[in-house]
Structure formats: structure tokens, C-alpha cells
Design a protein around this ligand. Structure first.
Ligand SMILES: Nc1ncnc2c1ncn2[C@@H]1O[C@H](COP(=O)(O)OP(=O)(O)OP(=O)(O)O)[C@@H](O)[C@H]1O
Ligand SMILES: [Mg+2]
Length: 299
């Protein structure tokens, strides 16, 4: 039985949120919570005993950003930054499908020859190869006219950097300590690779929390009591669907049982629709055109 105590974390956050001015410039130990999702990610802070999700100031103010990174090859020469993140990357997916890296959470910590990895990458427009030394998958995209390779951790680290930059601008504080959520079914390799992604982004992970535990913490005010409680959590995301039973006692969370399907999220529903459409069109088109159509729909 896995035990997750949030007592230290919640004490820190409660102390901070009690301060009248929550964002003093010199505060060194702000801790940010990050939901690093398959399709969307977000970053939040505790404020006045509520979680405040940081809006994406740089573009449209939305609170979740697509977990997508894109390299745009042919910008005007005077535009230095050719890397696009979040919504900007998503908006350019159709134009730069082969230079757009997404769903790194599906690959992180897994080997290239993993069955699910193989199934996922088959229809992705971006090229994925096996790194011969580590046996891990790598994205291959064109950067300044040369092929460049990126591990899933590199892509996740770029998303983390983008999120924390937004949060730093929002709070006017430097962030280096974070709590990151991962699916309850993530194995140790996937957890370690997630921590590595954070380290690559210059962040110190003070805790990895299971996503159902984070969901329970979000409702702590309602469910916490001195008496032991058991709760059932359904967590359906872009990639995974997990069902977990948690026991909560004295501010400590025990994952009693968790089972998940790593391919039953919104993206998989889309994929089912694509498969259906594919079957229908197959009757009338040739295979090459079909694959092109599928990639377009996926985007
Ligand atoms: N109103 C809606 N109806 C159906 N699907 C939706 C709706 N809103 C969002 N989605 C789908 O939900 C998914 C996003 O959910 P969420 O942000 O929780 O997932 P995630 O955190 O990226 O993935 P995961 O938790 O599996 O890693 C997307 O696939 C999106 O298409
Ligand atoms: Mg999620």
C-alpha cells in the first residue's frame, strides 16, 4: 500500500497562503504544482487556501496549455525565437506536422520497442526513432536544416520550462521547487524520467504525487475529517483513464488500489473516430491518400 503524506507540503502552503501579500519578491521557497498532462498541462499555486491556476499570460490567458512544442523553420529572418509552445505550437501543427512534438507523456520512461509506444507512433506525423544506446524513443525534427533528436524528457522539460516561465511572470517570483503529478500506474522508470525532465528544466522536484491523490487533495476541505474515509476517484484525461480507491486518515493519503487504462483518454476517442472514418473512406481511396487524411485528422 502506497502512502502519500501531504502534511509537510500543506503546512508550507498554508503558512504561505496566510500571508497578506502572497507574492513578496524575495520569497525563495514558493512551491508550484504542475499537472504535466498527455494533451494539456497547467501550473498552480496555493493562495488563500485555494489553488490558483496560472493563466497563460503570453497568449490568450487560458489556464491549460497544450503539451506541444514546435520548431518553425521558415519564420521571418528577424524573428529569433523559432520555438513555439502550447497554443502557438498547436496552431502551427498543421503547417509543421513533422516539426511538432507532442504526447511525450506517452513515451516517457518507456523503451522504443514497447508495444504501446509502437502502436502510438505508427500514425504520428513526427518521426520517432530508437536511440541505439539507451533503447529509448527519440523525436527527430529539422532544426536549422539539420536533423535533431530529442528524448521525451527533453520535450517534457521544454513544456515545464514554458509553464514555469509563465508562472514566474505571473507571481514575479523565481521558481525552482515543484510538485508534479503522474498517473497512479506510472512505473519507476516513468517517474524517474519525469523527475529528469524537471531537472533538465532547472527545477527541483520536492514531491511526485499520483494524479488521483492530487484530485483528492483538491477536495480536501470537503473530505478531510478525523475519521478514516475511503473515496473513489475517476480520472479521465487526454491519454489515460484511471480509477483509484484512496483511504484518507489524519491528512495522509493511501492509494488502496488503482487500476488504469493508459489508452482510454480523449485522444483515444479521437483515434477510434479516425479508425471509423478510415474504414469508411478505405472503400473509395487508395492507402497513401488515406494515411495523409488520417494524419491531418490527428492534427
Ligand atoms: N467537453 C469535452 N468533451 C469531450 N472531451 C473533452 C472535453 N473537454 C476536453 N476534452 C478532452 O479531454 C482531454 C484533456 O483532458 P486533460 O487535460 O484532463 O488530459 P491530460 O491531463 O492532458 O491527459 P492525462 O491526464 O491522460 O495525461 C483532451 O483529450 C480533450 O479532447
Ligand atoms: Mg491529466
Amino acid at each position: 500500500m502506497k502512502k502519500e503524506s501531504i502534511s509537510n507540503l500543506s503546512t508550507n502552503l498554508t503558512n504561505l497562503s496566510n500571508k497578506p501579500n502572497f507574492f513578496p519578491l524575495s520569497l525563495n521557497d514558493l512551491v508550484f504544482g504542475i499537472d504535466l498532462g498527455t494533451t494539456y498541462s497547467c501550473i498552480g499555486i496555493m493562495r488563500n487556501n485555494n489553488v490558483d491556476i496560472v493563466p497563460n499570460n503570453l497568449t490568450d490567458g487560458r489556464k491549460v496549455i497544450p503539451s506541444i512544442v514546435c520548431y518553425k523553420e521558415d519564420l521571418d529572418e528577424d524573428m529569433k525565437d523559432r520555438w513555439l509552445y502550447g497554443n502557438a505550437a498547436k496552431n502551427n501543427m498543421l503547417e509543421y506536422p513533422e516539426s511538432t512534438m507532442f504526447e511525450s507523456k506517452r513515451l516517457i520512461g518507456l523503451n522504443f520497442n514497447n508495444k504501446e509506444v509502437q502502436r502510438d507512433i505508427k500514425l504520428w506525423p513526427v518521426k520517432i526513432i530508437e536511440d541505439k544506446i539507451t533503447k529509448k524513443p527519440q523525436y527527430v525534427i529539422k532544426v536549422e536544416n539539420k536533423e535533431k533528436k530529442f528524448f521525451p524528457e527533453d520535450v517534457s522539460s521544454m513544456i515545464l520550462k514554458y509553464l514555469t516561465k509563465n508562472a514566474q511572470d505571473y507571481t514575479n517570483s523565481k521558481i525552482n521547487k515543484v510538485v508534479i503529478t503522474v498517473p497512479a500506474h506510472f512505473n519507476n522508470f516513468q517517474r524517474e524520467a519525469t523527475i529528469k525532465a524537471a531537472e533538465l528544466a532547472g527545477l527541483e522536484v520536492i514531491k511526485i504525487i499520483n494524479e488521483p491523490t492530487a484530485a483528492a487533495i483538491a477536495y480536501a476541505n470537503i473530505i478531510l475529517s478525523k475519521n478514516e474515509k475511503k473515496i473513489l476517484i475517476f480520472d479521465i484525461g487526454g491519454g489515460t483513464f484511471d480509477v483509484s480507491i484512496l483511504k484518507i486518515k489524519n491528512n495522509e493519503y493511501y492509494v488502496l488500489s488503482s487500476c488504469g487504462e493508459s489508452h482510454l483518454g480523449g485522444e483515444d476517442f479521437n483515434q477510434r473516430l479516425i479508425n471509423y472514418v478510415m474504414k469508411e473512406i478505405k472503400k473509395y481511396q487508395n492507402l497513401k491518400i488515406l494515411i495523409l487524411i488520417i494524419k491531418m485528422i490527428k492534427i
